[in-house]
Ligand binder design. Structure first.
Ligand code: APR
Ligand code: ZN
Ligand code: ZN
Length: 361
């Protein structure tokens, strides 16, 4: 019997979201039906509703979620009813060229549910990032469910499903920050603060937070920033160099996704250092750099997709660190809201008032 539940839908380009009745099929082979407990509001949800990702309206928004598995389809053995899971958008296939080379965190053929969730009139919904979790129950591929310690708060744990994992992973996976490194993070929203927390976990000796908003810089200190730079008032490249003996940071993480801040990251890095781009640019953006500087400064320029995370490896480990008090996931939850409040949460996100608004169900 299909399930009829309440969900947040973006019906057409630019239109505000609405609460609709969503019809969720019983799980088929390889699928899982999950009772959603929490789902964070992410920039990508807003991009979907603005038509910035693709035109496959209507979208079922939400993708940064945790919940309890209600039922699984045939052939599913890794998770079962009652399991507390974080949903991921990297259910690795095991067969693509990345997986076959032992690099599943790059998997190019990730799995999603085969069956579609629909509106009551049968219109198929496009779930955001193949999840769709601003809804009481959702249908995903079982590989999109990662079992973690059920003692964790759903609001905090669910954040590992997207943005916070992206920032943590930009530091610990892509940037490979290690003990004694100097790290600069440009842009201290949820993603940048997670990069700061990741750098602190990895043992960075100096962590420089750069933002244009003093309130954000204050929050960044709470996640482990040792120094802060307001780049509206101070040249961030010079400031990072001054704080690192004139050299620049070993790893600079750009968590905004803009050409001018990417250029700052490029020059705020020490010779042979690493730049990690985790902020997501828009199609119109271009960068121009002297090729001689690209060569002459050496090191590596990397991008971090979803923090290069492997959910089965990273989610349980990070939840354990959270439970031990070593990773402040609760600090990212600025407010908890209801399904009806998503549109207002987009506005707060836009105004820079929150690290994360989290829908509780
Ligand atoms: N220089 C420094 N900081 C800036 C600048 C700038 N030119 N412009 C914006 N910022 C700061 C903002 O003040 C804010 O603190 O960058 C931060 C961006 O944070 P959020 O808007 O909360 O975004 P977040 O959720 O952290 O995501 C950052 O990563 O996943 C992507 O799509 C996401 O591109 C976005 C980025
Ligand atoms: Zn694969
Ligand atoms: Zn997201």
């Amino acid at each position: 019997m299909p399930h009829e539940v309440r969900g947040v839908v973006a019906k057409s380009r630019g239109a505000k979201v609405s609460i609709e009745t969503v019809v969720v099929p019983d799980p088929g082979p390889g699928e899982a039906l999950v009772n959603i407990q929490s789902c964070g509001v992410c920039h990508t949800d807003l991009h979907y509703r603005e038509g910035g990702i693709n035109d496959d309206f209507p979208f079922l928004l939400g993708h940064e979620a945790a919940g309890i598995v209600e039922e699984v389809g045939v052939g599913v053995t890794d998770v079962g009813p009652g399991d507390f899971v974080i949903l991921n958008w990297r259910a690795v296939c095991g067969e693509c060229r990345a997986c076959l080379r032992g690099r599943p965190w790059y998997c190019f053929e990730t799995h999603n549910a085969t069956q579609k969730m629909t509106l009551q009139d049968g219109t198929e919904l496009s779930p955001a990032l193949g999840i769709g979790a601003f809804v009481e129950k959702t249908l995903v591929h079982a590989g999109q469910c990662t079992k973690v310690d059920p003692a964790a708060s759903p609001a905090a744990a669910g954040l590992l499903g997207c943005g916070i994992m992206a920032g943590l992973g930009a530091a610990i996976n892509t940037g490979a920050v290690t003990r004694g490194d100097s790290v600069a993070v440009i842009g201290c929203g949820g993603v940048g603060d997670a990069a700061i927390a990741g750098a602190a976990l990895a043992g960075a000796a100096k962590i420089i937070a750069v933002d244009v908003d003093d309130r954000k810089l204050e929050w960044a200190r709470g996640f482990g920033a040792t120094d802060v730079v307001n780049s509206r008032e101070t040249d961030p490249v010079e400031a990072v160099r001054a704080l690192t003996g004139g050299n620049g940071a070993d790893v600079v993480i750009e968590a905004i996704g803009r050409p001018e801040t990417y250029e700052q990251a490029f020059y705020a890095r020490d010779l042979a250092g690493t730049v990690v781009l985790v902020g997501v640019p828009t199609p119109d953006m271009k960068i121009e750099l002297p090729l001689l500087d690209v060569f002459g400064r050496g090191g590596s320029l990397k991008s971090s997709w979803y923090g290069d995370c492997l959910p089965s490896r990273d989610f349980p480990m990070l939840v354990d660190l959270y439970r031990q008090g070593r990773l402040d996931l609760d600090g990212f939850v600025t407010e908890t809201i209801g399904l009806d409040d998503v549109e207002e949460a987009f506005a707060k996100m836009h105004r820079g008032e929150v690290l994360r608004s989290v829908v509780l169900l």
